[in-house]
Design a protein around this ligand. Structure first.
Ligand SMILES: O=P(O)(O)OC[C@H]1O[C@H](OP(=O)(O)OP(=O)(O)O)[C@H](O)[C@@H]1O
Ligand SMILES: NC(=O)CC[C@H](N)C(=O)O
Ligand SMILES: [Mg+2]
Length: 548
């Protein structure tokens, strides 16, 4: 899950970079691997800074000062395709037919066909294994087909409409056209979130500043109001002359990813008309009923409810209140360690659970504890914390999950590529309990989870629940696809790829990408030096491209 952001200030003499940076920090929970900002300054010149790392590490005051211009696009990355190499940090840039940059949240599922098309038909070079670079090139190719020296809104809508017919998968995108404006669009199923808001222009006057962001929390923090969601299959263009929007794809089932509400989004965000916070409260209420039923069935009682910081707190508190049980913060979190689930390797994830959480003996010792988490995916967190609870004297450890068992891979922007890594895959709840060392595991039912979200916006027809059901709303996902995904992205393969250099991952990336040209590593091509970039090679990826 990545975070994307686009900002257009009415007054081009005010730099947008510092606000984009603050906004990205608010989206940090969506991606911790890499981040980037590209701004567009006078004469349509782009300025870029992107690298691996968290927002606070990549952008210091001098980096921000170099990012000139009153509009820009930003990204925080959690890789789901390609590699973690900094060459795949976003936004991506192409210089033909116009200067275009793009930030993408989601994951494409027909990349092999698209790569072939880019190579054999469009003759465009894709320099990384990122599906997002591919997506940008498809957009650019569609613009190129207009054959125009200068394009207009109509051409852009046509290009995005064409892209929506060519591309399968999940994509919420914010693009920027040099000297023109910002374009946002969302796939026809609206799988990944994206919204927009405006405020009175900084610097006064009658104009408006415009913001696009993955989550509404960014708008709250920077004074943007009238937040509304980009509609599935819609494209919106913002220039300094105003807003134009168009439904560019035929209607499809609107199916936002329910896992956004379970885990990904911040509780203070509102996505597609549903407060994430309220939905998590409802998840806690519904789970309380299921917990009561199962405990009665097993003739078990619980002394205390303990959340797993951070995400499960909201639900756990409601659950405890409904069951009239004490709620205690038995695990204390080191606030300086990020989210573990979105870390890239299993070893790192396991080590970080221990670094991040500490069990307080006084809340566990001699008690039957009910630990509540939002989800159990690989079981990394639950396995470690159950052991920690037992080490400090818990009598019985029962785990309750706000989400049903996750038995299927995610292909839409969450890095769950391998069935065998999922602790619930091919296991019954009893077997899951055994695998993670719990005395009992209790899962939310899928109808209860769906109702917890939908009750706040009955207009939502459906949700992407593929990780629970194995049903994929876009189609185009079959056994062969799962096998190839597993071959490419399972933890095992990632480890081997790290050991064997980038080639190991890239070799499977699809026929069109020519990674094996002698003497040209990906890093050289996209990194700090070389013909495309400007000066400043010593400071990482800060540079500017001249469009003249
Ligand atoms: O079964 P697993 O593979 O361990 O994945 C599930 C866990 O990972 C997430 O926590 P994370 O630490 O990423 O973030 P949080 O602090 O927001 O809860 C999630 O909230 C669960 O606790
Ligand atoms: N999680 C995401 O949205 C990832 C975006 C894109 N697929 C990447 O790997 O960079
Ligand atoms: Mg957690």
């Amino acid at each position: 899950m990545c975070g994307i952001l686009g900002l257009l200030l009415h007054d081009p003499s005010i730099d947008a970079a510092s606000e984009i940076c603050e906004g990205l920090a608010l989206l940090q929970h969506r991606g911790q691997d890499a981040c980037g900002i590209v701004t567009c300054g006078p004469k349509g010149r782009f300025y870029q800074c992107k690298a691996n790392g968290m927002v606070r590490d990549v952008f210091d005051a001098s980096a921000i000062a170099r990012l000139s211009g009153g509009m820009g696009v930003g990204h925080v990355r959690y890789p789901t395709a390609g590699s973690s190499n900094h060459a795949e940090a976003q936004p991506f840039y192409v210089n033909s037919p116009y200067g275009i940059v793009m930030a993408h949240n989601g994951n494409l599922i027909n990349t092999a066909n698209l790569l072939h098309m880019m190579d054999a038909v469009a003759h465009r070079h894709i320099n990384t294994t990122s599906d997002s670079e591919l997506l940008l090139n498809i957009f650019a190719d569609n613009l190129q087909k207009t054959g125009k020296f200068r394009i207009n809104e109509e051409d852009i809508f046509t290009a995005v409409g064409g892209l929506m017919q060519q591309v399968k998968g999940a994509y919420a995108c914010v693009a920027m056209l040099a000297g023109f404006g910002i374009i946002a669009f969302r796939d026809p199923n609206g799988i990944r979130p994206l919204g927009m808001g405006w405020r009175k222009a900084l610097g006064g006057g009658a104009g408006k500043d415009w913001l696009f962001a993955s989550e509404s929390v960014v708008a709250d923090a920077s004074g943007f109001g009238d937040w509304e969601d980009v509609r599935p299959g819609e494209a919106i263009i913002i220039t300094r002359n105003g807003v134009t929007r168009r439904q560019v794809s035929a209607p499809a089932t609107f199916a936002p990813d329910i896992f956004e509400y379970v885990y990904f989004a911040r509780p203070d965000s509102v996505l597609d008309g549903v407060s994430v916070y309220r939905s998590r409260m409802a998840m806690g209420d519904a789970l309380a009923d299921e917990v009561k039923r199962v405990l009665d069935e097993h003739k078990l009682s619980v002394d205390v409810v303990i959340p797993v910081p951070d995400t499960s707190r909201v639900a756990a508190l409601n659950l405890a209140q409904k069951l009239q049980l004490p709620y205690r913060e038995g695990f204390i979190k080191n606030r300086y360690v990020g989210r573990t689930f979105i870390m890239p390797g299993q070893q790192m994830r396991r080590k970080n659970v221990r670094k991040k959480l500490n069990a307080m003996a006084l809340e566990f010792s001699g008690k039957n504890v009910l630990i509540v988490d939002d989800s159990i995916v690989r079981g990394t967190t639950s396995k470690e914390i159950i052991q920690m609870a037992k080490d400090v004297g818990a009598k019985k450890v029962i785990v309750a999950s706000c989400a049903p068992p996750i038995r299927h891979v995610n292909v839409y922007g969450i890095d769950m590529p391998s069935r065998v890594e999922l602790v619930a895959h091919n296991r019954t709840p009893e077997e899951i309990a055994e695998a993670i060392g719990a005395d009992l595991v209790i899962f939310q039912t899928l109808p209860d989870l769906v109702a917890s979200v939908r009750q706040f916006n009955p207009a939502l027809e459906a949700f992407d629940c593929s990780v629970f059901t194995g049903e994929y709303v876009t189609g185009g996902v079959d056994e062969a696809y799962f096998n190839s995904l597993e071959d490419l992205r399972s933890d095992n393969m990632k480890r081997q790829a790290e050991g064997g250099g980038l080639g190991a991952l890239e070799g499977k990336g699809g026929g069109a990408v020519k990674h094996d040209q002698p003497g040209e590593s990906k890093e050289m091509a996209m990194g700090c030096s070389g013909p495309m970039n400007g000066a400043d090679s010593t400071v990482g990826l800060h540079n500017s491209f001249s469009l003249s």
